[in-house]
Design a protein around this ligand. Structure first.
Ligand code: SF4
Length: 368
């Protein structure tokens, strides 16, 4: 069975899962301007932006020959729950004979989930399925750990181009692993490779740390958010996202693992958003408070065009910024977003934080 899936972030992890389950994987390409244009052309005008980009990715990937797309469903009351069905209808109306597996969290419908797992499992034995799931889960944790390290040290790297090349090589090495021992080996090699750059972190008070929160697709996919993490690193700021693939897996597939963290974030969002309004809006607010508690210096909030949950979290940002005494920049992402525009705004934002820090340091030394 020729299987594919939407492109989002470290796509090699999804590819690895399907590959180890014995499927012929058709890897989607990272979205480009052409992908976006294609998606916009065949999507309803007021669909949210991620829907359009994923539509474009499907149409491009179909050209390589695909039997089935595997994707995830929605979180709470937002339109992501209709994505799979609507994509399927549009693609079938265009004349393609294609199937979709839309994986919702298992507790929504255990029977449906089990049937989907049986389809994906194919001829693979159950012990082998368990081994594959363990391998891929460990791989997602490991890739995220290395990525977090990269987006921290890259802020101080003298040769960022070489470090980016190393990161691509590390991802290529992960894509070759077959088991958990392979994951551990690649992680060790990756840490050694990064150490080779001999990057020293500055003293705590000089570090600038920025948290990125918002809707999952625009937070996790650099080709769509204007490569925001790399830009911030190039401006001398460390970056951490609210969402990584492994956190998403914990949240949706293994909720008992992520339950404690989710509860903590929902509590931190209390007083701002007290209900699950869909997507990651409530968690975004909880993450902003959490980043502040962890000593971060600023927040970038990313909202795709036509995303209602993040529109609501955006309405809380001014109050959050005042209450937490922390700068927050909100960016709306759509097909018109230009990288130069993002660059200019990020540049001003990082300068603002730098001057703010220098100013408060001066005030402390004067009063001391
Ligand atoms: S979270 Fe926002 S962008 Fe994502 S599907 Fe829901 S409404 Fe659309």
């Amino acid at each position: 069975m020729r299987v594919s899936f939407p492109y989002m972030g470290t796509t090699i992890v999804y590819g690895k899962l399907l590959e180890l389950l014995g499927h012929q994987v058709v890897m989607p390409e990272q979205p480009t301007r052409k992908t976006v244009e294609l998606g916009v052309k065949y999507s309803p005008e007021f669909a949210c932006f991620p829907f359009k980009v994923i539509m474009g990715t499907y149409l491009e990937t179909l050209e390589k020959g695909v039997d089935i797309f595997v994707t995830s469903g929605g979180q709470g009351p937002c339109r992501a729950g209709f994505y799979g069905e609507l994509h399927r209808k549009i693609i079938q109306n265009l004349g393609y004979d294609i199937d979709f597996i839309v994986l919702d969290p298992p507790w929504r419908d255990y029977e449906k989930f089990f049937k989907q797992i049986l389809t994906l499992k194919g001829e693979t034995s159950w012990p082998e399925v368990i081994r594959v799931v363990r391998t891929v889960y460990q791989m997602s944790k490991s890739v995220d750990k290395i990525e977090k390290l990269i987006t921290t040290v890259r802020a101080y790297a003298s040769d960022r181009t070489a470090l980016n090349r190393s990161w691509r090589d590390i991802l290529a090495a992960y894509s070759q692993i077959k088991d958990t021992r392979g994951v551990a080996r690649v992680e060790k090699e990756a840490l050694r490779e990064i150490e080779r750059y001999n990057i020293k972190l500055p003293p705590e008070e000089e570090r600038i740390r920025i948290g990125i929160v918002g809707e999952i697709y625009v937070v996790m996919e650099p080709s769509i958010n204007g490569n925001i993490e790399e830009i911030l690193n190039s401006l001398g700021a460390e970056v951490e996202r609210s969402l990584y693939l492994s956190t998403y897996i914990d949240e949706t597939i293994f909720p008992w693992v992520g339950r404690k963290e989710k509860k903590k974030l929902n509590q931190k969002a209390g007083g701002y958003i007290d209900l699950n309004i869909g997507g990651h809006a409530r968690l975004s607010v909880g993450q902003i408070v959490d980043f502040k508690d962890r000593g971060f210096d600023g927040i970038i909030h990313l909202k795709p065009f036509a995303c209602l949950p993040e529109l609501i979290s955006e309405s809380m940002l001014e109050k959050l910024s005042i209450d937490l005494d922390m700068p927050i920049l909100s960016l709306s992402i759509d097909e018109q977003t230009a990288e130069a525009n993002i660059m200019t705004r990020l540049d001003a934002f990082v300068d603002f934080i730098k001057y703010g820090k220098a100013d408060s340091k001066e005030r402390v030394s004067l009063s001391g």
